[in-house]
Design a protein around this ligand. Structure first.
Ligand code: PXP
Length: 257
């Protein structure tokens, strides 16, 4: 364990709600400020090709005006690369993007797409941006990420979260997906990669992921913004923080007991 488990709050869906009406409310920057006050360690935002939630102006304002580090999620396209190099966010997480998908459905094919990724990783790194790749917990993908020279990978937790809701917390399918994450995190550590994780995490399913001691950061968005409807953004983030901190403390306690 190398430090406190960080929480990156993904504020894309504040922009989704704003864009439903086209005006300025609710403002993602205000959400970033609330997230910071509530204990978030970073802000995550995905600028999609179709600009369905975050806009270029949002990214510009986030870089200029928020104190927390910005993790820009982006596809490995020339357009996004130019934007990232212009704004130089703290970090960029390269994700696969398909126009027709509702959300990022699977991990990046770092193994199959190595040639295309190499120049993007190189250019971002030269610009001083910390690059991560959003990959499934598959050893071949992690090996490819290490070969590309990125310092960070983010494990896609979507399959685990889906199994959790479809089959239950202790069903073999869920435990199997959790085991893939645990083994993926261990493999990443053996390769010297910092390990992050995210997608589909909620109050109910976050504990086993937060308990993996080499996972350094969780990026969580949709659930936190949805939960904010009922109790406020401040409260949903503080509760997530508390669950994550407890999971990590309990897992460390059980390792040293
Ligand atoms: N991490 C990455 C790389 C993502 O693409 C997303 C979704 O934008 C998330 C984390 C957060 O997922 P969710 O919104 O389901 O919490």
């Amino acid at each position: 364990m190398k430090g406190r488990l960080r929480l990156g709050v993904n504020i894309d869906h504040v922009a989704t709600i704003r864009n439903a009406r086209g005006g300025p409310h609710p403002d993602p920057l205000r959400a970033a400020a609330v997230a910071q006050a509530a204990g978030a360690d970073g802000i995550t935002a995905h600028l999609r090709e179709d600009r369905r939630h975050m806009t270029d102006g949002d990214i510009e304002r986030l870089v200029a005006e928020i104190a927390l580090p910005l993790n820009l999620e982006m596809a490995a396209t020339d357009e996004m690369l130019a934007i990232a190099v212009k704004h130089r966010p703290h970090a960029a997480c390269i994700v696969p993007e398909r126009r027709e998908e509702v959300t990022t459905e699977g991990g990046l094919d770092a193994a199959g797409g190595r040639q295309g990724l190499e120049p993007v990783v190189g250019r971002l790194t030269e610009a001083g941006v910390r690059v991560s790749l959003f990959v499934d917990p598959d050893p071949a993908q992690l090996d490819a990420a290490a070969a590309l020279g990125v310092p960070v990978i983010e494990l896609h937790t979507g399959a685990y979260c889906e199994a959790f809701y479809e089959a239950g917390a202790t069903a073999p399918a869920t435990l199997g997906e959790l085991d893939r994450l645990v083994r993926g995190a261990a493999h990443a550590e053996a390769l010297g990669l910092e390990c992050h994780a995210g997608h589909g995490l909620t109050f109910d399913n976050v504990t086993p992921v937060a308990a993996i001691p080499t996972v350094m950061e969780l990026n969580i968005g949709h659930f936190l913004i949805g939960e904010a409807i009922f109790g406020g953004l401040d409260s949903s983030i503080k509760r997530m923080r508390a669950i994550m901190d407890k999971a990590r403390a309990d897992s460390l306690g059980s390792r040293t007991a």
